[in-house]
Design a binder for this molecule. Structure first.
Ligand SMILES: [Zn+2]
Length: 273
């Protein structure tokens, strides 16, 4: 790996390079990394901003929405004067303002069974920042099939959850936790039930931290652990996740071997939290 840094890079990343766990080698690793962020919304905003600030070399952003007034209460990559512009373009502008060296690959399209595998394979690691179950399951299946680590967070009202799924490394997958999507209408979305804006910021920032740890190979990751934050009570709790031997996706006799189950569904809108 290319460990040569310009004076400007040494200065910009000085607080990282000081850390024994990061150093010049870790910083070079971040510069070489390619991370896909699915959803440029409440979770995707802090993800994109912190990963760019941290010096991750290439960020893929996929979202087919445009910035709306009601997004601005929590989606901090976007601004009032960018209402009406595609979210991936608005987020790219925010990223460029922080770190012009970060390469942005903007995908202003819907994530669907036709493009998700190629997208996942094109990156080292994938982050789920969406808020609908069709996209979550599609992405989780694709990442497991493509052998890509998925750092997944979710928010609703005053609560957030985060875990990391890497069945290719022996950990549980998303379907070990949730075998099937819940019946339509059972779990409300943020659009229906609301969310405290800052809660998305905390969860997206936790996600960015876990992504950096995964890329650097440091610390204890969240594979096999679900971290749940109750913001009203100001308490974190942790649930152990185990790999399910009967899991349809990563079990001993998997029945999900491709994305054909998703093929007849309507294209999944990347309706970002
Ligand atoms: Zn599984």
């Amino acid at each position: 790996m290319d460990n040569d840094f310009t004076d400007e890079e040494v200065h910009r990343y000085a607080r990282h390079i000081l850390l024994a766990e990061v150093g010049g080698t870790g910083q070079a690793r971040l510069r070489a990394a390619r991370v896909l962020i699915v959803g440029a919304g409440g979770l995707g905003s802090p993800l994109a901003l912190y990963l760019a600030a941290a010096g991750v070399g290439t960020l893929g952003l996929i979202d087919d929405d445009r910035v709306e007034l009601s997004n601005l209460q929590r989606q901090i990559a976007h601004t009032t004067d960018r209402i009406g512009t595609p979210k991936v373009c608005s987020a790219a502008a925010a990223v460029r303002a922080i770190n012009p060296a970060t390469r942005i690959e903007a995908h202003a399209t819907r994530l669907g069974p036709d493009n998700v595998l190629d997208l996942a394979r094109g990156y080292d690691l994938v982050c789920d920042g969406t808020d609908n179950f069709a996209t979550r399951f599609l992405l989780a299946d694709a990442c497991a099939l493509a052998g890509r680590t998925l750092v997944s967070a979710a928010v609703l009202r005053f609560e957030g959850q985060i875990s990391t799924f890497k069945p290719h490394a022996g950990g549980p997958c998303y379907r070990c936790l949730y075998p099937e999507p819940p019946p339509e209408g059972l779990v409300p979305s943020c659009a229906e039930a609301g969310v405290l804006g800052a809660v998305t910021g905390v969860m997206g920032t936790l996600q960015a931290t876990e992504v950096l740890k995964e890329l650097l190979g440091i610390g204890d990751g969240l594979s096999g652990r679900l971290l749940i934050w109750d913001a009203l009570a100001a308490r974190f709790r942790e649930v152990r996740l185990r790999r399910d031997p009967a899991c349809a996706l990563c079990g001993a006799a998997p029945t999900i071997r491709d994305l054909s189950a998703h093929a007849h569904a309507a294209p999944a809108a990347v309706c970002a939290a």
